[in-house]
Design a protein around this ligand. Structure first.
Ligand code: NAD
Length: 341
């Protein structure tokens, strides 16, 4: 086999490279996600439905590897893939984060891979940025109380991002089935956000009842969160997707998703509701991008209860990864790897 005279390089970015590029803070992700959601509304993307790879013996809902490809058009067109593995037992059995990921970026002219980067940080922070961008449009102005249900790494990134983006927050109400997880979560955030009061509640219900903004970050496989727990005027970002009873989708004043096609599948709650004839595309208020670009209204009064179902899109990962790829080139950060050796 002949080897071409040009040996392409790949840029490798580890988690610490991403942090050196500002990836430990929410702002770059929020900016990238606003751009990404606008591209979503313009239809400047191709995003096949993501396959879930599962196998016998790994039977928890959080045991899987998901392949998430996306082409993102526009001036800086690029394609890419997030390949994200998850085993529910990783924290307890191996002391590892539940999820691990790589993002591969491909040049859209040659389709060659041009970068590989650690994807767990990008994945968690882009998910938090989605909540933050949605909160800007869907939460009551000047809200003060936030609830986190589930206290793993995703909750930490969600709360860090909200605290960085919304200085009006005064109290965080946190609940986890594991009180040691809740303790560790509070310890991790309290040092950085010293003016915020952290309240560890005895139940998910107590945290939800106290909050204006609620974020679910569990690995629950059955719903527990009921409509009558939600305060009038609250905004619920259902990040972990399976936590919220079906009645919340039926009774909320507005239900918003990131992408309808991605949400209405895999027997997730919206898909179950659609199959039961209890929800439909017509009853959906909007996709989030439509609100962000002003095509659909966000919150319209202080009493509405609004539910966001953010399934998570490959587009979110690729738009953030693309930002760090360009910045790494500008700043000379990362490791060049020869593709052919
Ligand atoms: N929508 C998206 O785009 C998106 C993106 C990334 C992650 N997620 C989801 O976020 C969730 C959390 O991820 P993680 O990495 O932090 O997981 P993790 O397993 O590390 O942490 C989950 C925490 O939730 C707690 N918990 C489990 N069930 C609970 C319940 N019923 N009530 C209260 N606490 C409960 C666990 O004790 C644990 O501390 C996962 O479900 C993951 O799929 C969603």
């Amino acid at each position: 086999m002949t080897t071409p005279t040009i040996s392409p390089n790949l840029l490798y970015l580890s988690r610490s490279d991403l942090i050196a590029l500002g990836g430990g803070h929410s702002q770059p992700y929020v900016d990238a996600i606003v751009d990404g959601l606008a591209a979503h509304v313009r239809g400047e993307y191709v995003q096949p439905l993501k396959p879930y790879l599962r196998w016998p013996g790994a039977d928890h809902i959080a045991d899987r590897i998901i392949a998430m490809p996306c082409y993102l058009g526009g001036e800086q067109a690029m394609a890419g893939l997030k390949w994200i593995g998850s085993r529910q037992h990783n924290p307890a059995r191996f002391g590892l984060e539940r999820a691990s990921a790589l993002v591969v970026l491909n040049d859209a002219q040659t389709n060659y891979p041009v970068a590989i980067m650690e994807g767990g940080l990008i994945s968690g922070m882009r998910t938090a940025a989605i909540t933050a961008v949605a909160t800007r449009h869907l939460a009551r102005r000047g809200f003060t109380d936030v609830a986190a249900i589930g206290c793993g790494p995703i909750a930490r990134m969600q709360m860090q991002t909200l605290l960085e983006q919304f200085p009006s927050i005064e109290r965080l109400h946190v609940f986890d089935l594991s009180s040691s997880a809740a303790d560790a979560f509070i310890t991790a955030l309290a040092g950085r956000f010293q003016k915020v009061v952290f309240v560890q509640t005895a139940s998910a219900e107590a945290a939800v009842r106290a909050a204006d903004v609620v974020v679910t970050c569990t690995v629950a496989d059955a719903p527990y969160l009921r409509y009558d727990w939600l305060k009038p005027g609250s905004f619920l970002s259902n990040v972990s997707i399976m936590d919220v009873h079906k009645e919340v989708y039926e009774k909320a004043d507005k239900v918003v998703v990131d992408d309808w096609e991605q949400s209405n599948r895999e027997k997730k709650i919206i898909n179950q509701l659609v199959l039961e004839g209890r929800f439909s595309r017509e009853r959906l208020h909007a996709e989030l991008g439509e609100i962000v670009v002003g095509r659909r209204p966000g919150r319209e009064n202080d009493d509405e209860i609004i539910l966001l179902n953010p399934m998570g899109m490959a587009l979110d990962d690729i738009v953030c990864a693309r930002h760090f790829y360009h910045l790494a080139h500008e700043r000379g950060i990362g490791t060049q790897l020869p593709l052919y050796g």
